[in-house]
Write a protein that binds this ligand. Sequence first.
Ligand SMILES: [Zn+2]
Length: 480
Amino acid sequence: MLLRKAIIFFAAVVPLAAQGIPPNPTPAQVKPSPVADTAALSREALVWLAQLIQINTTNPPGNEQAAAKYIAGVLTREGITPELLEVTPGRSAVVARLRSSAISDPSRALLLVAHMDVVGAERARWSVDPFGAVMKDGYIYGRGALDDKSMLAANLAAIIALKRSNARLNRDVIFLATDDEEGGGDASIRVLIAKNWDKFAAGYALNEGGEVISKGGKVQYVAVQASEKVAVNVAVIAKGPSGHASLPTKDNAVVHLTAAVAKIGAYSAPVHFNTVVRRYFEGLAAVSDDEIGKWMRSLDASDRGEHAQRVIADANPQWASMMHDTVAPTMLSAGVRANVIPGEARAMLNIRLLPGDTIDVLLGALAKLVNDPQVRFEVQPNPGLAAPTSSLESDLYAVITKVASQEFAGAPVLPYQSPWATDSAQLRLHNVQAYGLWPFPVTDEDLARMHGDDERLSVASFNKGVAVLLTIVSDFAVTK
Ligand SMILES: [Zn+2]
């Protein structure tokens, strides 16, 4: 706790040089694949990461334009021509391409995607300035250190390394920095694709969404996101007569709403498995302790499958989320005065559907459960769209598996269906084999800081991730 106070004092806009980060690093020499020295490149990429963290792109409003210009500057200095694609006034994505031949074949191209915006930070709850890029105890701290500026910096490093090495490419490599990923609104990849698909059309993509989970300094497993759940917000609306609070009646909207929310909170949707989830648990069983591993192997068993599903769901909310549609009540509103019974009370549900499940079926089940004519459900605008799963047989998936297994000392590489949404769903809807590869080894404890307080990434982990990403990209796109 004492330490925390000292850090707050120290953190007020510390220049990069004072934190041991050189402001203008000497460019690293990277040889063609296999890449020889990634250490110098990682040091440069750490500066890009720090400077990107220092550009506040909290969404809303995003202000990604400043980050876009910064990235464009880095690319231009390397002789790579960036293009700013304005999505809405003042919000631009950045795209840049290394060509493999005079005529592009989009179906072969590899797209490296990362988003520039970040979620908000509650300054008072952080031990350092969330936008200071403070270096401490071998970590870089800051909003976006995990999500997603590390990936942005690693993607920059990959395309720059290819350019510097004059690598002969067998497919175009496209860099794309997106806006409004956290908002999913008018400046998001959905709109960017609608306006500018020809600028970055690709058959393959690497994006955030996966995980490299490390424990006690050893990588336990690598999760490669091939599919994701679908987010839908639904309002629950209870109506009743409004009136004087001295004369309460049983049809009070607040009472009906809270009873409905309590029932919804206790609801557990039916279990559904797809290939990705099956293979995830099969692989994870191999590195889990005997007891939990036994249940992971039994999820499909006709006799004890149901019990196994309950054990696994209770053991870890993320595992539960991979097997079920989930419903989380997140907002409540009712009333204007303490002595007035309101005529309406509302709750918001954040629902995450398994791909393939539909909101109508789930709401049918919830309506039956609530069983109250005073309560209705209203699906909110802009629901997520279910996308096809990326192939587990593609050339890119094979390269990711091979390189990750090699780089992480034989750790199992598992396909993963993330509970959270990423830009990849929109890409998959455009026939892109998109994989969530977030190549930085992290502990569960550090991962929990994503979107939370004191978000941080260890420098060693960042360096490793830069090297892994570059190896994958080189292996896939450079002619041997
Ligand atoms: Zn993200």
